[in-house]
Design a protein around this ligand. Structure first.
Ligand code: F6P
Length: 366
């Protein structure tokens, strides 16, 4: 019976538990044996009870739970070969040679590297006398399948990462709360949102909440953004708006790649326009809490697809990542998706915004 393990890695995101539930149950429904690796790659390196056999009942009620119930951790040991050798040894001990990982691009890249090294790790286990030839013989290839769990929606090749719509919903709810108090006092609020180097959360929150101005890393404002923002805010006030909402992505930058902070925006609104201004940094309320319906659906459908991908994989198939494109669950080449994501980041870092946007368009035309 094939043994399939599921693991969550990187920052938690709402929907990760739905993923684990779907992978465990689809594995069992397919006549295979399910395992969960606790505490991310650390659990793989530590082995023993950290790689737990999972039954159907073990994941009961997980669909609506926030965070990741099997934990996640940053693991320095797995970045070194001896750590990966230990991880491989722990997997062989349980007879596992398929791993479904839900995490961000860093975690998924690590997984693909592990797969590449796997045959060499098997030889090393035998050479060091840690495993017999018979132990490793049935496990010559490691299957890796990626699922993208992140609130940032920062992976190229998929329309939505697991967690991004829950986070967006939470941000909108928080902005609605702020709206009420802002309206009462005719105040301006600068709202800092997460997203790291990706402005999706900020941009979509701006659209969904009718913000006056939004700062995102991918499309920096004009050279004289201070003027631009102030004149737009003044115009909105002149039209009768009693409140001002400016959303700033935590990775926002100007055209010279200087960081634009909430404090800078706050000071401009206060000193140049004379608005009574406050800053709210939403922080981890954007990441915790229950998943929305979309993330429950996405994590379930993608978890099921991940197990199917494991069962259909051949040693030649490149590691897939399960994506959603135009409302269809599809498999894409994991490393290609990561390379596209990194290329956009590089273009932005090289201030080549035009190339970055073209890269994105090309990806959608694919
Ligand atoms: O990648 C998810 C994310 O929440 C980002 O939006 C944010 O920049 C980062 O993680 C925060 O990480 P930590 O919880 O480690 O501070």
């Amino acid at each position: 019976k094939k043994k399939i393990a599921v693991m969550t890695s990187g920052g938690d995101s709402p929907g990760m538990n739905g993923t684990v539930r779907a992978v465990v149950r689809q594995t069992i429904a397919s006549g295979c044996v399910a395992f969960a690796v606790y505490e991310g790659y650390q659990g793989l390196v530590d082995g023993g009870d950290m790689i737990k056999h999972m039954s159907w009942e073990d994941v009961r009620g997980w669909l609506s739970e926030g965070g990741t119930l099997i934990g996640t951790a940053r693991c320095a040991a797995f970045r070194e070969r001896p750590g990966r050798l230990q991880a491989a040894n722990n997997m062989i001990e349980k007879g596992i040679d398929a791993l479904v990982i839900c995490g961000g691009d860093g975690s998924l890249t690590g997984a693909d590297k592990f797969r590449d090294e796997w045959p060499g790790l098997m030889d090393e286990l035998v050479a060091k006398g840690l495993r017999s030839k018979e132990d490793v013989a049935p496990h010559q290839h490691l299957n890796i399948v990626g699922l993208v769990g992140s609130i940032d929606n920062d992976l190229s090749s998929t329309d939505a990462t697991i967690g991004c719509y829950s986070s967006l919903g939470r941000i909108c709810q928080m902005v609605d709360y702020i709206d009420a108090t802002a309206l009462s006092h005719q105040r301006a609020f600068v709202i800092e949102v997460m997203g790291r180097h990706c402005g999706w959360l900020a941009l979509m929150a701006g659209v969904s909440c009718g913000a006056d101005f939004v700062f995102i890393p991918e499309n920096p404002p004009s050279e004289n953004w201070e003027e631009e923002m102030c004149s737009i805010v003044k115009r909105h006030r002149a039209m009768g708006k009693r409140k001002t909402i400016v959303i700033v992505c935590e990775g926002a930058q100007d055209r010279k790649l200087n960081h634009i902070t909430g404090k800078m925006v706050n000071d401009l609104l206060a000193t140049r326009i004379g608005l009574d201004t406050r800053i709210t940094t939403l922080g981890h309320v954007q990441r915790g809490g229950p998943p929305c319906a979309y993330d429950r659906m996405l994590s379930t459908l993608q978890g099921v697809e991940a197990v199917k991908a494991v069962l259909e994989a051949t040693p030649e198939t490149p590691s897939p990542v399960i994506c959603i494109v135009e409302n269809k669950i599809v498999r894409k080449d994991l490393m290609q998706a990561i390379q596209l994501t990194q290329q956009v980041a590089k273009d932005i870092a090289a201030r080549d915004f035009e190339a970055a946007m073209k890269g994105r368009d090309a990806e959608f035309e694919e």
